[in-house]
Design a protein around this ligand. Structure first.
Ligand SMILES: Cc1ncc(COP(=O)(O)O)c(C=O)c1O
Length: 477
């Protein structure tokens, strides 16, 4: 039974280096059943808040310094669907960072929009870097009719783009800038963390409270901070994408999280930053595993970096990322957030303890010592996408709009037959749920190689046919 399994897991010594940000540490909260109600008298209605829920939203707005803040109980997903839907209509163009979360693509499909991509820089470390101001400027010069710009900052790995710079560009065109700041709800709390997109002028900012702050899974915020949009432009889509039965348990938890951050956030985050400083200092001696920090990134690869994300690269180590993940899990009982072909990601939050960070540090140092002794095996493990291939990456369209291809029947064919055809599905590595290919895009030989490599490395792929074998969906005509 799921409940027993969860309880057993909670009682084990597995340490969570993953979401949610409360890290299962909150103890003084009522039994969820005792406060789980519906919209009864005296408890307002999230879809038309006038009373206590409006107060909750207003407190969040005040804390984050926004014109208006909406509670989301269907995650940042519902906020992204809402934001993208609110800024464009059928057939409109939108400038979209290619490394956007699936929710942005789903909004594009639902609203039948035409995306024009800006491609993130690729860091030497093997992660996607920032979206350059110049790339947005170029995209808008070439597409002055675009209705909005949509970027993700920070990325899953903590890379922050120059949102203030991008905003200066969108301002010239009088179009809104949407920032998916799902991983940055803590930026406004901690001084040692990057500046929030809200403070850098973005028009719509979406944040998951549950990812990086002590709040229940699914809780998030949509901030409206713009003269370009009205509250009602947002609310009409929120009514579509959010459940008509929002959980009072979630909302009570959100209020508590924001109250606590308003009251003690600064102190808690100062202490947390010190714990992270100690971790990064002590981990510097690794020989073959590389830990991402600002020194590892080159100038121009990032605007800012969120040190709460611990990215452990296996690029120079004789082990695959999945191999490292297995070791951390099975031997050291440390549960990671994500495994990517070239690195493993540990997600920390203000609720992480010194004990947890020390366990991770000790495990990494011990693994690194043992790996350094088998340096010679290194050449036999190929895990990275060759740099030239990665840097030359450009999605190629077949002329078939994403929403049209999405509606087509999809057919599973062998890789060899698929080359040169239009993809019939989104294919993702999950997490981070960023599509490697979208419906309507050209399946190339290079793309097939990437998929094969991900399969060889046992990465979690979504969107491929369930049968074993080298199969992929094409859009059928
Ligand atoms: C960058 C990014 N945006 C949006 C989301 C969706 O957030 P949620 O899970 O709160 O719906 C995620 C989820 O992982 C994400 O990584």
């Amino acid at each position: 039974m799921l409940r027993e399994k969860l309880t057993e897991y909670a009682n084990s010594d597995m340490y969570p280096f993953h979401m949610p940000g409360h890290k299962r540490q909150i103890e003084d909260f009522p039994n969820p059943y005792s406060i789980d109600i519906t919209e009864i008298e005296g408890f307002d209605n999230l879809h038309h808040p006038e009373d206590i829920l409006l107060e909750c939203e207003n407190k969040a707005s005040e804390f984050y310094g926004t014109k208006k803040t909406f509670y989301l109980i269907n995650g940042s997903t519902s906020g992204l669907l809402t934001a993208v839907s609110a800024v464009a209509r059928e057939n409109d163009k939108v400038i979209v960072a290619r490394n956007s979360h699936q929710a942005v693509y789903h909004a594009i499909v639902l609203r039948k929009l035409n995306p024009v991509y800006v491609i993130p820089e690729i860091c030497d470390f093997g992660i996607q870097g920032e979206i350059k101001v110049e790339s947005v400027e170029k995209a808008l010069n070439e597409n002055p009719d675009a209705k909005a710009v949509i970027v993700t900052s920070p990325t899953y790995e903590g890379i922050v783009s120059d949102i203030a710079g991008i905003k200066k560009v969108t301002e010239k065109y009088s179009i809104p800038l949407i920032v998916d700041e799902a991983h940055g709800a803590h930026f406004s709390v901690g001084e040692r963390f990057p500046k929030s997109a809200i403070d850098m002028g973005a028009d719509l900012v979406i944040q998951s409270l549950h990812k990086t702050l002590p709040s229940l899974t699914q809780t998030a915020l949509l901030h409206l901070n713009s003269e370009l949009l009205e509250e009602d432009d947002i609310r009409k889509f929120l009514d579509i994408y959010q459940t008509s039965s929002p959980s009072y348990v979630f909302m009570a938890g959100m209020e508590e999280c924001i109250d606590e951050m308003s009251k003690d956030g600064k102190k808690l985050f100062d202490e947390y930053a010190k714990r992270l400083d100690r971790f990064y200092k002590d981990i510097k001696t690794t020989k073959v595993l590389r830990i991402l920090d600002k020194d590892e990134l080159k100038d121009g690869e990032y605007f800012d970096f969120d040190m709460s994300k611990i990215v452990i690269s296996v690029k120079d180590a004789p082990i695959t990322s999945e191999g490292l993940n297995r070791l951390l899990h099975d031997k050291y009982h440390l549960e990671m957030e994500m495994v990517s072909p070239e690195y493993v990601l540990a997600m920390t939050s203000v609720c992480d303890t010194d004990e947890g960070l020390t366990r991770l540090k000790d495990a990494i140092l011990e693994i690194d010592r043992s790996l350094s002794q088998k340096e010679e095996e290194k050449k036999t493990i190929s895990k990275s996408t060759p740099d030239e291939e990665r840097k030359a990456y450009k999605p190629l369209n077949t002329g078939l709009p994403m929403h049209v291809a999405f509606e087509k029947k999809k057919r599973a064919v062998y890789f060899s037959e698929a080359i040169g055809k239009a993809s019939g599905a989104f294919v993702y590595l999950y997490p981070p749920d960023i599509p490697l290919i979208v419906p309507g895009e050209l399946i190339t030989a290079e793309f097939v190689e990437t998929i094969k490599r991900c399969k060889d490395l046992k990465m979690a792929l979504k969107g491929l046919p369930p049968e074993d074998g080298d199969l992929i969906y094409i859009a059928d005509f």
